[in-house]
Design a protein around this ligand. Sequence first.
Ligand code: IVH
Length: 670
Amino acid sequence: MPSSLENKILKLREQINHHNSHYYTHDNPIITDAEYDRIIQQLKQFESENPELITPDSPTQKVGGEVLAAFTKVNHEIPMLSLGNVFSSDELSDFITRLSNRLETSQELLFCVEPKLDGLAISLLYEKGVLVRAATRGDGKIGEDVTHNIKTIKNIPQLLKGKNIPETLEIRGEVVMPIAAFNSYNKKAEKKSEKGFANPRNAAAGSLRQLDSSITAKRPLAFYSYGIGLLINGTLPNSHYQRLFQLKKWGLPLSHEVERKSGIEGCTDYYQSILQKRDSLAYEIDGVVYKIDDIELQNQAGFISRAPRWATAHKFPAQEEQTILLNVEFQVGRTGAITPVALLEPVFVGGVTISRASLHNQDEIKRLGVKIGDTVVVKRAADVIPQITRTLPVKNAQQKEIIFPILCPVCESEIERIEDEAIARCSGGLYCPAQRKEAIQYFASRKAMNIDGLGEKVVELLVDEGLINNPADLFSLKTNQLIPLERMGTKKAENLINALINSKQTTLSKFLLSLGIREVGEATAKNLAEYFLTLDAVIQADTEALQDVDDVGVIVAKHVSYFFRLPHNIEVIEALIDAGVNWPVIKAKEKQSLPLAGKTYVLTGTLQQMKRNDAKASLQSLGAKVSGSVSAKTDYVVAGESAGSKLTKAQDLNIPIIDENELVTLLSSF
Ligand code: IVH
């Protein structure tokens, strides 16, 4: 009967083996590195306290993953080992003290210090300066032959250059996918609705373990050397640092960050300086590595099981941690954008505790495939807002779909989600408290109502003091309400009241602009005013009528019509008019003389020779109306390729149909 401790150890080993298989063999980890490190550390602790329970098959005694059957096996004559870890300066100090004791030296030890690249360990074998074989680490003794793939990596020389090249030289280093390349790869994958890589290391590993090297060739990988394996008939310097620079002279890539430092102070300085640089490096790193520089001393120190005694990795705090998505809250931004915000079980990542992270929009939720109750990975690089990067496939019985609200959580106006637009917005515009300040500022801005002295700060003050809730309230403000406000005083207050009075005399197009209707900028506001002539006509227009206006397509028409359907908005407009906002009557432009005046066209299907919008603009410039839907009022339907229901409707209603060529002839005849 195994003891409960034995049971715990067996459980941990089982867990680690399971995760090793996901990590090494399938390049698709299902937990974060930080979580993995914790499980390994726990097992190591149990084993070091109970050495009699260590078995040769314990994952602490092995290096990497299995060897995939699909690749030719490669025997590493000199095993490819792993590195021990330290996680704090105390542990680093212990490491250095242990090493000094073993080497029986009281002198400060000199270290070659290097970034710990987060990629895939690779061995490159050069015979007489020619690259003859490349292999993965595999289980440390047997790796996979990936020569065909390695040859596609641009910074790996096929031929070494320079003098005194050894007859046989095995170089070891890391293959990485640079961060920029990783991001652009994932962006492209997302566009094609394909699955991206979880992180640059998986991207490098997944790209190298391809049977078809043309796939690897398309993945921008890079190699950096960090050591030497087999050496036959050749000489190398007696310093690890100098060896790396000798490799560089022979044409092998070396990280710019390799240096030499002495003692604990030198190593800690290096750790700090690389930690600072971490986010500006081209590749991802997860720590630094300290290696005794003197090869003689390295040999004296030797190895324990799977790692050298003369080197250690000093790991950086994790930038990725896993936690649980407890709930989702919906925030309304200053422009009405509805942002889902993840409420997380608090987790310490990148040096701070995170309990909230933006989920951005509905598309992002879909991309992450995340539900409430799921285990998610939270990433936080220095100075970067925390992000949920992926959902881990941990089973949880209480998962709940994330439901987007239909009504604004602040003002209960309807939420608009226009097709093809990622962002959902509250339609409360002038009414929604979350959007109040933004709406009032926009209303007062120079190109809209042009109210002098009503900048961002004053609007903030007025809203925060509860003096105004919407643009119409501005016109009831009294000088004595303004005077006590911060940095206001009598003169400024009087000026502002005068500016408000002056602003009441405006134009219809400026007034329309000031309402802050989505997608209605200066040009559209002017077109709307010139087309409809009165505010009432704009308010009454349906989406079809709105699309008759120059530059107004389906989306803008929907925004305009939606805005005026909301009672709150109409209330504010009425209050503005009551307060005395007015504009001169606009006279209709003479359209009768234009050749297509009075005719209504509908464009449908795909046009080959011109864009739909250009065709619409040309027809309008000749006086025609261009409508979005077919009705008995339609005079002609222009049917492009693959025209659908509108064409059928036109046929049903016996409306004349012309094709694109006939349209071109028509347009060119004037
Ligand atoms: S030296 C005998 N140097 O880290 C020592 N390894 O955790 C063998 N790594 O398998 C490794 N950067 O894939 C060394 N500058 C560096 C490294 C480095 C990244 C990786 C390597 C190794 C793993 C050990």
